[in-house]
Design a protein around this ligand. Structure first.
Ligand code: NAD
Length: 487
């Protein structure tokens, strides 16, 4: 379908398919105009300084907090997730916005550097300058929390932002734009352009100075290629295939309870959700018994444990992963090849799944989990790392958690807990390999939206000059002797 010619598009209630509202499919011209307006506002936004920007971002945070219930209802309606999950998601986003607003000055202010002995007559400092206009492209699974990791940190650093929300959650995107406008001292600091993939493409190829993309690895590669054409930097937050590793000394009941939630909540549509379990063979039966009993109590539906698949096309991928695992000999603890019952997917846990199955190699993004037994933790680590992804991981062990965690090729890891790193505003969020690069959140998330500028100046003139064609023989002899003395 050529999506560039459509004037508007609908958003749907994923549970019923009912149209909620229609939104503008922003054209290339409209995106370019938004980016130009953002550019025109950049200087004034930067001139407010850290304190001025903090006041506005904190005021926006207050609006989000005051109207949390209203935003949660909208998130629940557009994504299909339970209201309580939507509330939790927004609460995390509020925490990040507040942290970025209040800490930008601390982590982005200029720092002086030692010029060294040879250059002792100079003063040196490193500044962090905002890029200018940052384009943010978001997914639908956490339509507030996920883009906020780029929006809040970009704005706090002094950039203006043009945000293209997912076509599945345009209403949430617009709501964010409208509430920001209520507290903004002047227009175009944070703008939202709704639209389909073509709007995302237009934003990527517009005159933005940096792109922060969250979504699938497939789209991320296109975004990176387009950004490469213009030599603009990117942050790519992409898919995952996160492992849960369970050692024989783990608290099995707790590991089962948390792994189940991590796999099934939000209908499994979590980039850092559990998709694979590697459990020590000595405790595997115990773990499987516990998780099986708990999983039997979990049900999808309206106001149940989790909602429908937000994106109907994902159901085909989930079905293909289940079918492939079954054909390759996997056994089902819960669910089966009939688990996909549109628009819902019943909880599905597969045992002894061959490592070359799609359910092990590719992101399923559904309420499914594979459980494979391992002989020891070395095997668990090897299998956990044998993936093209490297986003998050969860490790369960009373004594060996740190050791196992240190050997995982992932951007984030939780020990005896799950996804704690998403809620702690001070730690960076992001992955390696096909899960992307760059970081949002924490000091590194603020750094991400600035470039480095080294500024040096003369404090006093030296009697001998080196950076001139008038350099003397004495200067040559002097530098040679000093280097021999020092090194
Ligand atoms: P997607 O790649 O289909 O779409 C993401 C966004 O990109 C949407 O706004 C879409 O309109 C836009 N887009 C599509 N084609 C484009 C193009 N050619 N150029 C520019 N923009 C384009 O992803 P999705 O289905 O919305 O999200 C699910 C994926 O996101 C999963 O893989 C999930 O793991 C990942 N995700 C990652 C994180 C993270 O932080 N690592 C967080 C949430 C989701």
């Amino acid at each position: 379908m050529n999506t560039t010619t459509l004037v508007d598009f609908p958003s749907h209630d994923p549970a019923t398919g009912e149209v909620i509202a229609r939104f503008r499919n922003s054209s290339k011209e409209e995106v370019d105009a938004a980016v130009s307006r953002a550019r025109a506002s950049t200087q004034a936004w930067q001139a407010l300084g850290f304190n001025g920007r903090k006041k506005i971002l904190v005021a926006w945070d207050a609006v989000l907090t005051k109207r949390l219930e209203e935003l949660a209802a909208l998130v629940a309606r557009e994504t299909g997730k339970p209201l309580s999950d939507a509330t939790l998601e927004i609460s995390l986003a509020i925490g990040h916005l507040d942290w970025a607003a209040k800490n930008a000055s601390k982590y982005l202010s200029p720092v002086s550097r030692n010029p060294g002995l040879i250059m002792a007559n100079m003063k040196a400092r490193v500044e962090r300058a905002p890029y200018g206009v940052v384009g943010v492209i978001g997914p639908w699974n956490y339509p507030v929390f996920t883009p906020m990791g780029s929006i809040a940190y970009s704005l706090a650093a002094g950039n203006t932002v043009v945000f293209k929300p997912s076509e599945y959650t345009p209403g949430v995107g617009e709501w964010l734009g409208e509430t920001f406008a209520e507290v903004a001292p002047f227009p175009d600091i944070f703008q939202v352009v709704t639209g389909l993939a073509s709007t995302g493409e237009a934003l990527t190829s517009s005159q933005i100075d940096k792109i922060a993309f969250t979504g699938s690895t497939r789209t991320a590669k296109r975004v990176a290629a387009a950004a490469g054409e213009r030599m603009i930097p990117t942050v790519l937050e992409c898919g995952g295939k996160d492992p849960v590793i369970i050692d024989k000394d783990a608290n099995i009941k707790k590991a089962a309870e948390f792994a189940l939630w991590l796999a099934m909540s939000n209908a499994g549509q979590t980039c850092i959700g559990a998709e694979r379990v590697y459990v020590h063979h000595e405790v595997a039966d115990h773990f499987i018994r516990e998780i099986g009993a708990m999983a039997a109590e979990i049900h999808p539906g309206v106001n149940k444990n989790y909602g429908p698949a937000t994106m109907p096309s994902q159901l085909n991928i989930i079905q293909s992963h289940i079918d492939d695992a079954a054909a390759k000999g996997a056994k089902f603890l819960i669910g089966g090849t009939d688990s996909v019952q549109p628009p819902y997917v019943q909880p599905t846990i597969m045992l002894d799944v061959p490592e070359d199955s799609l359910a092990i190699t590719d992101e399923t993004f559904g309420p499914t989990l594979t459980i494979n037994r391992v002989h020891d933790m070395d095997e668990a680590i090897r299998l956990a790392n044998a993936t093209k992804y490297g986003l998050g991981a969860s490790v369960w062990s009373r004594r060996n958690g740190e050791k196992i965690a240190s050997k995982l090729v992932t951007g984030m890891v939780s020990i005896n807990s799950v996804i704690g790193f998403a809620g702690i505003a001070t730690v960076p969020f992001g992955g390696v390999k096909d899960s992307g690069y760059g970081r949002i959140h924490g000091p590194e998330g603020l750094h991400e939206f600035t470039y480095l500028r080294s500024v040096v100046s003369e404090r006093f003139a030296l009697p001998i000059a080196f950076t001139t064609f008038k350099r003397t023989k004495f200067a040559d002899r002097f530098i040679t002797s000093v280097m021999k003395f020092l090194h």
